[in-house]
Write a protein that binds this ligand. Structure first.
Ligand code: NDP
Ligand code: ISN
Length: 309
């Protein structure tokens, strides 16, 4: 039987800053729920909260951080630049800082490598055209957006910057863009045993970019929690399937961001095990049997923004 322990593991970023391996996800959490969840998570020992302007709950997230009584510098706070704000990252981060009630974030991520038309109010956060396609601003390239994000580090408003939902192809394009100066510290992408992102993980390691695993449990109503291989490994180690998935992410050297608004699950998600290499490898290979599955897809068609798996 494996011993569970509170995850105090941290990773070093390529700029010398550190990031706690396990962070609390906050997507699809109401204001009331997220406030209580963040307060409870911080009491439990979490020191890393993942938020985004697009989640519409930065205000209660920030209020919980400020009310927790834990010194600001001990908490790693991420928020993200929404695609509708891609023309103005400086103004967007100012808005997020105002929402959060903070004077800096630890990490500011470009949420998706795409710019959407803010003037189109058809859908909150994801403007859509009458033909059903996303209303993309094609003459704003993500490399220009990133160039503007770099100014936020110099201004002290973001200790680190990074990207999210970036494929190898898009990272290569970023590296060779004219105003590129700062290597992204992190790339936050969907990762779980049905989408292990093996090539992206290797590529990011070679470029000293840390991967962060979003939807590590397979998001809502996840089939991963009922997968027979995952259940078998969970039973063998006498822990829950969620603990196996979170421990696998840490075993692979990625940050992991499980979301929960339930106190018991917030607590258990923070208690991980040291997975054996045998169990880790079995999970690495599970997609070969089950096939690749992506649970979060905003359907950017015709733009390819995804990871390689
Ligand atoms: N950069 C990006 O584009 C994206 C980033 N993210 C980030 O990653 C985070 C996590 O991803 P998300 O898609 O929310 O999904 P997760 O994979 O974290 O799964 C969350 C779901 O699992 C449930 N759950 C949590 N813990 C357990 C447990 N121990 N046992 C059983 N069920 C559990 C939650 O319900 P309950 O709350 O009731 O416990 C919720 O329904 C997001 O919240 C967000 O911060 C997510 C998607 C995209
Ligand atoms: O966190 C997110 N969840 C999503 C679901 C659909 C589209 C975008 C997102 C996010 O950025």
């Amino acid at each position: 039987m494996a011993t569970t322990y509170k995850s105090t593991k941290i990773f070093k970023l390529n700029n010398g800053e550190t990031i706690p391996a396990v962070g609390l996800g906050t997507w699809q959490a109401s204001a009331d729920d997220v406030y209580k969840a963040v307060i409870f998570a911080l009491k439990t020992g979490y020191r890393h909260i993942d938020s985004a302007l697009a989640y519409g709950n930065e205000k209660p997230v920030g209020r919980a951080i400020r009310d927790s009584g834990i010194p600001r510098k001990e908490i790693f706070v991420t928020t993200k630049l929404a695609p509708i704000d891609a023309l103005d990252p400086v103004g967007a981060l100012d808005q997020s800082l105002k929402n959060l009630g903070l004077d800096y974030v630890d990490l500011y991520l470009m949420h998706w490598p795409v710019c959407l038309n803010k003037a189109n109010k058809s859908h909150p956060g994801i403007p859509t055209l009458p033909n059903g396609k996303r209303d993309i601003v094609f003459d704003r390239d993500f490399t220009q957006t990133y160039a503007d994000m770099q100014k936020l580090v110099e201004a002290g408003k973001a200790k680190s910057i990074g990207v999210s939902n970036f494929s190898i192809k898009n990272l290569k394009k970023l590296f060779s863009s004219p105003d590129y100066k700062i290597t992204p510290t992190t790339n936050q992408v969907e990762i779980h045993p049905y989408l292990p992102q093996t090539d992206l993980l290797k590529f990011c390691r070679e470029h000293d970019i840390l991967l962060e695993a979003f939807s590590p449990l397979g998001s809502s109503n996840s089939p991963l929690l009922k997968d027979e291989t995952i259940l078998k490994i969970a039973e063998k180690n006498k822990v829950s399937p969620a603990t196996i998935l979170i421990s696998w992410a840490v075993w692979r050297g990625t940050v992991v961001l499980p979301k929960s608004v339930s106190e018991s699950r917030i607590e258990s998600n923070f208690n991980i095990i040291d997975l054996s290499d045998e169990d880790g490898e079995e999970l690495n290979n599970l997609h070969k049997v089950k096939g690749i599955k992506r649970f979060v897809s905003p359907n950017w068609d015709p733009i390819d923004v995804y990871g390689e798996d």
